[in-house]
Write a protein that binds this ligand. Sequence first.
Ligand SMILES: [Zn+2]
Length: 468
Amino acid sequence: MFMKRKVTLILAMMLLVLTASAKKGPKYVFYFIGDGMGTNQVMGIQYYLQDIEGKYGYKPLCFTQFPYTGLVVTYSANSDVTDSSAAGTALASGQKTDNNVLGLLPDRETPVVTIAEMAHKKGIRVAIGTSCSIDHATPGSFYGHTRNRNMYHQIGNQLSDSGFEFFGGAEFRQPAARNDDDQDNYVKAEKAGYTVVRGYDEYKQKAASTDKIILFDKDSKSDHALAYSIDQKEGDLKLAQVTEAAIDFMMKEPKKGFFMMMEGGRIDNACHANDPGAYIREMLDFDEAIKIAYDFYLKHKKETLIVITADHETGGLGLTAGDYKTNLKVLQYQKMSKDAFTAHLEKMGREIGDILTWEEVEKELKENFGFWDKIELTDKQTASLKSAYVETFGMGPGALEEGKYFEVSKMSDEAARVMTECAQISWAAGCHSGSYVPVFAIGAGAEQFTGQIDNKDIPMKIKKLAGY
Ligand SMILES: [Zn+2]
């Protein structure tokens, strides 16, 4: 009798342990989205890293070594080529919507429920971060619900309504109140209990004394995003720091677990601009942020899931320019993004107070793109740069007053085009494409992320695994 009871007890206990462990999904979830990061964006950086060491083949990134990978289909409800809000909505909620719609069904009325919202409702801590403005399409998709992704002000106010514990990114794009019934994004955030901090140092000073925090860049940039990695200066906020801060803030209450979305938002910007050097550095920046999450994973292996994917491909990046080789190593000589080069030439012109001479521009091209010095150019390439100079600066005295001087971006466009040619790669477009994007995963439940996956199924897998 006694034995029988003991056996029953042991069996019951074993069953309890088994069901408990079977139910246990990831407690800490990282969801990284590389905006515009198609399969060629990933392959290109890996060729580049090997090429600068003078070898053929590829050097893996941190996340490309994750054990589970798949191919993701990205179409939206009304196009094979999605935009970031439709893709963001699918990746956040498992619902397809039309391009330019954010967090609503195609009827433009019915809000979707995102996995960040589901997690938060269950008492799990939530962090949303990006290298763009915090109200931009991808981060916005996790808490915002608007007819159009460009309704930045409304999205900014919806951020405070979410109650998520952490936000990190460049800033609000359109904070100012629209009318007497409306609220400024910052005022609303403060009323909702958020502390807004500027820069990583201020985060460290104030994080301990607040329950909800918004981490923004120290100063506002003209394009409302964190500086391109290639242009970053000492003190500029980096995606890796946003990730570090987010983990730190989430782990104030480790028992609750967390869901974190981090966007490498400027891969997309660089690829829209067909700017090869900026794209390469953005990929490294994204990988650097992921390494922070990977370090966390190493300490909490059984309880952590990291999923890396993209919303769509941008630029139709081709790893060929019509020959059986690439020459990606030349991209190491590009020292500035196209945008920064334009601003740099404009500033020089203002300081000199005159139209720049070809010799002056040539010197800048040498220093910032390595042309002629580090990279041999063909006569045709030199001629095309000179003719871009003539178009931009060569209209003689008076051009400054006529405002023509500010078409300096033509010079930068041509520099980036020649750079692309030298790297022996190509761009099919200045917009998104319908290409596959990759998914990589490691940790608890990572084996779910293989095969051909529709983007809308990724959040549903996370939801199921984490029990949201
Ligand atoms: Zn885009």
